[in-house]
Design a binder for this molecule. Structure first.
Ligand code: TRP
Ligand code: ZN
Length: 461
């Protein structure tokens, strides 16, 4: 059966569908959409399928900056697909196959459109493999900074929040579509490769023509923006924390902070378990590298720190994201306060439980802030305001303190682990959080959340 239709014929089919949906549907193949309707990143992700797994085989030469890769994506169609999109920027695509058969492709902006010889039927599992190479270029957003494949002095490190993943692999780059990841990374002998999850090596390191390869695996579902690979001259420390491996690494030029990072990562992971519930991933850790982006990122199971780490609270913040943001992911980028407000509140709580100021005191100090502090909406800060330190991080944490004062310590400290348990390895939105808080407290909390999240004005106490 021909799946290529003129627009008129497609229209006829569409009309027919309305009249006799059951029979017409089986024959109707249509394109997947080029975005998933994220309010801040409309092109992020694609419609018509759901990814289960990314298998990324990468080869990187730091001398030439050339990355070659084969990405094999396992997905399930959510409708009959005549074609579908992936997010992919830069890099040259050499070959695309769907279910092992050659497919044609087109590129436009960040969209890679794949037209298979035979489109996957609704609910069918399929694989798409993309062969590519080139010199990756990071995304440099004037408001949100640098993300993507970042070339460093001794290698490269990939960071993806919010939309940098597409610079190094073809991806359904939307926080809603979590998947497991496997990486096989080949680099010149002498360099170390780290990534999310755990190393999966046979014990025999094969060296061919001066290259060796390493496997890492993230076995828990992960949003693509949290995918991370770090290549360079790292010193690696291995231990355990909260019953899982703790793998940290640092660039030797940052040696001063090394032991500190490992110890504090263990301490913060264990502290998190006490307040937020079971640690969600199979390992913890951290990487200190000179990435020069000006921020740390909570890459799943193993955050990346930019340069010297000498701040307990930064480590606490990134590890708190493992529960808030990573395991319980935001459904859209508008919900970013569910990541940043919670991770910032974790810092306040850590201070409170380590002889510092109480969260109540921190709140009281910030409540005196004037002017700009209150001018963005924490629950909808806008694309360019999504990492606003005051509106999203601090006012987000203040929202949680206001909630704690309203519902009381007992309910509040049951709510945090209930939240991480309810949405473990999933995604959630602000309404879900309000609903759970109302259910557990028996109070109407809409007025409180409306004032704190959705008004560009200082809430009354
Ligand atoms: N999510 C990171 C954190 O808070 C911060 C971050 C990522 C960021 N990208 C950014 C901050 C861009 C400012 C600009 O741990
Ligand atoms: Zn954060």
């Amino acid at each position: 059966m021909s799946r290529r239709r003129t627009p008129l014929a497609a229209l006829a089919v569409a009309c027919l569908t309305l009249v006799v949906p059951a029979t017409a549907h089986a024959d109707t193949y249509s394109p997947g959409s080029a975005g998933l309707g994220d309010p801040y990143f409309p092109h992020a992700g694609n419609g018509g399928y759901d990814v289960e797994h990314y298998d990324l085989k990468l080869r990187f030469n730091p001398k030439t900056d050339v990355l070659s890769g084969t990405a094999t994506i396992t997905a399930t169609a959510t409708k009959n697909l005549s074609r579908f999109n992936l997010d992919f920027s830069g890099l040259t695509v050499r070959k695309v196959e769907v279910n092992g058969k050659k497919a044609t492709f087109r590129r436009k902006g960040q969209e890679l459109t794949v037209t298979p010889a035979a489109g996957p039927a609704d609910e069918a599992k399929f694989t798409v493999s993309v062969q590519y190479d080139g010199k990756p270029k990071p995304v440099n957003d004037p408001e949100l900074g640098v993300t993507g494949w970042i070339h460093t002095k001794d290698g490269a490190t990939a960071l993806g929040e919010p939309d940098g993943a597409r610079t190094w692999f073809p991806v359904n780059d939307n926080p809603k579509d979590k998947a497991t990841f496997a990486y096989t990374v080949s680099v010149p002998v002498g360099l170390t490769v780290l990534a999310n999850g755990e190393p999966r090596n046979t014990g025999i390191v094969r060296v061919r023509n001066g290259w060796s390869s390493v496997k890492w695996e993230m076995r828990e579902p992960m949003a693509p923006y949290l995918a991370m690979v770090a290549i360079g001259k790292f010193k690696v420390t291995q231990g355990t924390a909260a019953g899982v491996p703790n793998i940290t690494a640092y660039d030797p030029v940052l040696a001063k902070t090394s032991k500190y990072l490992h110890r504090t990562t263990a301490k913060a992971t264990e502290w998190g378990v006490k307040h937020f519930g079971p640690y969600p991933f199979s390992s913890t850790g951290g990487i200190a590298d000179k990435v020069d982006v000006g921020y740390a990122l909570e890459t799943q199971g193993r955050p990346v720190y930019d340069g010297d780490v000498s701040d307990d609270l930064l480590i606490v913040h990134e590890l708190a994201h493992q529960w808030f943001g990573n395991s319980v992911g935001p459904q859209t980028w508008r919900d970013i306060w569910l990541n940043e407000g919670f991770a910032t509140y974790a810092e306040w709580l850590y201070e409170e439980t380590h002889n510092g100021p109480t969260a109540k005191q921190t709140f009281a100090k910030l409540y005196k802030s004037k002017g700009e502090f209150w001018q963005l909406k924490t629950g909808n800060p806008g694309r360019n305001g999504m990492f606003d330190w005051e509106a999203v991080y601090q006012r987000g944490a203040m929202t949680l303190q206001a909630l704690r004062q309203k519902i009381g310590d007992e309910t509040f400290f049951e709510l945090l682990p209930a939240w991480t348990e309810k949405h473990r390895h999933g995604t959630a939105n602000t309404r879900d959080f309000i609903d759970l808080a109302e259910e557990m407290s028996g109070l109407d909390l809409d007025p409180l959340f409306n004032a704190w999240l959705y008004k560009a004005a200082k809430p009354k106490l």
